[in-house]
Design a protein around this ligand. Structure first.
Ligand code: ADP
Length: 437
């Protein structure tokens, strides 16, 4: 179901689609009809011309008693002085070279030829096509043959085409209208989904910012209404303000990051990055942190370089989000492992922990922005303070990896741990294969 904004756009889209496709269809049908009319008339005229030529060929021009005479007795129709019953010829006339009527069969003609040679359509009660053909003997015109036939066959054919088009065009227009409506719906679906995602994101971001802002305001108001009794209280209050501001800065930075790296990264920001030293570096930092959290930390890296095209800072950010989660969601005594391997074309970075894991039902949502499993698992008032972040870490990691043309996925069992895997396209796998062979 579309919201009114998108229903309106869908209607407009369908209207425009039907309008433009409909106009093309109407123009196409009109052109087709016009060309067909031309073609039918051309074929009809050719047939009439052939018939008239056959008649003209039977006209004889003889010297009789010292004078040249035109003899018409062998001319079909005209010679027999009657029109055969099944003949479609309406009339045949012969005019001499001065245009005087000499002989005719069929309707009563004018005495004098008043029309130039060629074809003409006459609308007598019946629509007729008439040809006036000059007949020559040794380059000299000896007379004019005029033949007329009814245009009925052409009219019948054209009437059928018209009938077909007048039913077919509106029917096609209706189909186009329905198709436009359906296509409009298909086109609107992803736009509405993106719009709703954006709306949800804005609402979530505002919601996340509202709580620290309210805390900030109440702390400042307390400071104004009830000045601190001593320096220590004053310092505690200021420390609280610093904490709230820091958390807001983190949130705003995360939101900026998400907004900035939507889509793929420009090629100019990508450099050749060897993952081995990059991960070794990160392992050093996180090993110290893991020890502070009473966790074991393991790191397995290959002894040869594995290079990818990447923005090293962003890539570190994505991996750090996974490692931070592993630290956050693994109870003391557990193990965290960072591992780098490769398939033929992909580098695989894995962050594995023996932490609390993620219930299967929530796995499909954890990469969504602002999604936190503990929010679903535990009602607000029972939730331990600061158990997680804003629910943006995995969304950021996924966005960064996708912007690098890679993929991120997770396998997890509630209670026994999680394993996040990043797949990145390698640039040196061909080179490595060549070297090892
Ligand atoms: P957060 O900042 O809340 O950690 P993330 O987007 O990084 O947000 O993670 C989303 C949710 O996924 C977390 O709230 C947490 O419930 C779950 N999660 C992420 N990583 C792990 C992990 N390694 N072990 C258990 N749960 C995890």
């Amino acid at each position: 179901m579309f919201n009114p904004l998108f229903s309106h756009s869908r209607r407009n889209l369908a209207r425009w689609f039907t309008g433009s496709m409909g106009s093309i269809l109407v123009v196409f049908a009109a052109t087709l009809f016009f060309l067909e009319t031309q073609e039918q008339m051309r074929a009809f005229d050719q047939e009439l011309l052939n018939k008239s030529r056959t008649m003209a060929a039977a006209v004889k021009y003889r010297l009789h008693e010292g004078r040249w005479r035109v003899e018409l007795s062998d001319v079909p129709v005209l010679g027999s002085n009657s029109i055969p019953y099944d003949n479609e010829v309406q009339y045949v006339r012969w005019y001499d070279r001065q245009g005087q009527l000499v002989r005719f069969v069929g309707a009563l003609p004018p005495e004098q030829l008043a029309i130039a040679p060629g074809f003409v359509t006459l609308s007598t009660p019946q629509l007729l096509r008439q040809i006036t053909l000059p007949v020559f003997q040794n380059q000299d015109a000896i007379g004019y043959l005029q033949v007329a036939v009814p245009l009925t066959p052409v009219r019948t054919n054209l009437r059928q085409i018209r009938l077909f088009l007048s039913v077919g065009v509106p029917l096609s227009l209706a189909v186009i209208g329905v198709a436009g409506w359906l296509l409009g719906g298909f086109a609107m679906q992803p736009i509405q989904a993106a719009y709703e995602r954006l709306q949800r994101f804005t609402a979530d971001a505002s919601h996340e910012l509202r709580s620290p802002l309210a805390a900030l305001l109440s702390n400042i108001q307390i400071g104004i209404v009830k000045p601190a009794a001593n320096l220590e209280t004053q310092e505690r209050r200021l420390q609280k303000l610093v904490e709230i501001t820091k958390s807001m800065t983190v949130l705003v930075n995360n939101l900026l990051l998400l907004a900035r790296y939507e889509g793929s990264l420009p090629a100019s920001t990508l450099k050749v990055v060897d993952l081995v030293p990059l991960l070794k570096d990160m392992a050093g930092t996180f090993e110290t942190e893991a020890t502070q959290h009473h966790l074991r930390f393991g790191c397995t890296l290959p002894d040869h370089p594995l290079t990818v095209m990447a923005d090293a800072d962003l890539l570190q950010r994505a991996i750090a989000n996974l490692l931070n989660n592993a630290l956050k969601y693994t109870p003391p005594g557990g193990t965290i492992e960072l591992r780098l391997t490769a398939t033929n074309q992909q580098a695989l970075i894995q962050v594995k922990d023996t932490g609390i894991g993620i219930p299967e039902a929530f796995l499909q949502f954890i990469f969504e922005r602002f999604y936190r499993v503990d929010q679903v698992r535990t009602p607000d008032h029972q939730r331990p303070k600061k158990s997680g972040g804003f629910g943006l870490g995995l969304a950021i990691a996924q966005q960064i990896i996708q912007a690098h043309g890679g993929k991120i996925h997770v396998a997890s069992t509630e209670g026994s741990g999680s394993c996040f895997t990043i797949e990145l396209p390698l640039i040196n796998h061909r080179f490595r294969l060549l070297r090892s062979s």
